[in-house]
Ligand binder design. Structure first.
Ligand SMILES: C[S@@+](CC[C@H](N)C(=O)[O-])C[C@H]1O[C@@H](n2cnc3c(N)ncnc32)[C@H](O)[C@@H]1O
Length: 326
């Protein structure tokens, strides 16, 4: 049975307080990253605003100048466009960037036809599953709804019985299927979907091994020629990765390894591990960001976070399944 509202908010505040206290405990300085793939801080002049924006990259503040990304963000978050006419200007949040990378990538790669099938893994009640119903035949939103650490947050069990209550944009309700499903054990046939994606989730599945398994599962259920898109955490300050209770922060080397985890998946382009000085200009403690999220207030830009000596942001990977006619 879902928890009542007061209990959910108490659980959320308690979890945030725990994180805050954990953040205050002195933590040993992380060792340098022993890997041979590094994030490079770009020379400011090297940020070419007219460039075609890559799909496989770190989240950067300058990405909000790309008109396609801005259009995708506005489409996914109409309730924010309604309160701020020039949204997302001045409200840069990496979560919105993940939505934009996904939608822009699907468009750019012509990955989805109107009769196509989409799968989201660790979907929660994210906006893209609703938005994609306007572009695909069926969208399957899967998550361990009602269980795990996110049950009072994104993994709210009520999504299973009443997805309308979480919809914040116009969507085709007859094209959304919500399912309880472990991302490590997808109950779908091989080669079913045109696109499988996962946003901000595989880092919560149990470390690098589990993230790799999740990618393999996504690769399995996508048709040859289909797309797998993943946004996850990447450490950007050159230190070793983090494995905590329920959260992994991956190094650039581990991200590269993940991208190569499935022999039947190939990156659509090399990963751009560059990050701009402006992006690195503001680093927020993760505990603060979580408290802000629970209180519904955000101090923007919300792009780079810090937890136990690791500064990190989102990295996006777009992969294609080998075979097929595309
Ligand atoms: C940070 S939330 C992200 C939710 C959503 N993708 C978004 O971007 O808003 C992580 C999600 O992963 C889900 N999750 C954790 N472990 C999972 C697993 N083994 N299989 C499927 N989902 C899982 C959680 O329930 C939660 O909804």
């Amino acid at each position: 049975m879902p928890l009542p509202g007061w209990a959910r908010s108490l659980a959320g505040e308690t979890a945030a307080l725990r994180l805050r206290l954990a953040a205050r405990r002195p933590s040993p300085t992380p060792a340098p990253d022993p890997g041979n793939v590094a994030v490079t801080v770009r020379h400011p002049a090297a940020v070419d605003l007219d460039r075609r924006m890559p799909l496989c990259k770190l989240c950067e503040l300058e990405d909000w100048r790309d008109p396609r990304r801005v259009a995708a963000i506005r489409r996914c978050l109409p309730y924010l466009s309604a309160v701020a006419a020039d949204f997302p200007r001045g409200m840069e949040h990496r979560k919105h960037w993940e939505f934009a990378q996904l939608l822009a990538g699907i468009e750019e790669l012509a990955a989805l036809r109107e009769d196509g099938l989409v799968l989201s893994v660790g979907a929660g009640h994210e906006e893209p599953v609703y938005e994609l119903t306007n572009r695909a035949r069926w969208v399957f939103a899967t998550d361990v709804y009602g269980g795990g650490r996110f049950r009072s947050l994104e993994g709210d069990g009520r999504m299973l019985v009443d997805p309308d209550r979480f919809a914040r944009l116009p969507y085709r309700r007859d094209r959304l299927v919500v399912q309880w499903m472990d991302g490590l054990d997808l109950h779908h046939e091989d080669g079913t979907f045109d696109v499988a994606f996962s946003l901000s989730s595989i880092e919560h599945f149990g470390g690098l091994h589990a993230a790799r398994e999740a990618l393999r599962e996504m690769a399995r259920v996508v048709r040859p020629g289909g797309s797998v898109a993943v946004a996850t955490e990447c450490v950007v300050n050159g230190v070793a990765g983090h494995r905590g209770r329920g959260l992994a922060l991956f190094t650039p080397g581990e991200i590269t390894e993940l991208a190569r985890a499935c022999p039947n998946l190939e990156l659509v382009e090399p990963i751009d591990f560059g990050i701009s000085p402006a992006t690195m200009g503001k680093v927020k403690p993760l505990s603060e960001a979580l408290l802000e999220a629970r209180r519904g207030v955000t101090d923007y830009p919300a792009i780079v976070f810090e937890h136990r000596g690791r500064q990190f942001t989102s990295v996006f990977l777009f992969l294609r399944k080998r075979g097929g006619d595309r």
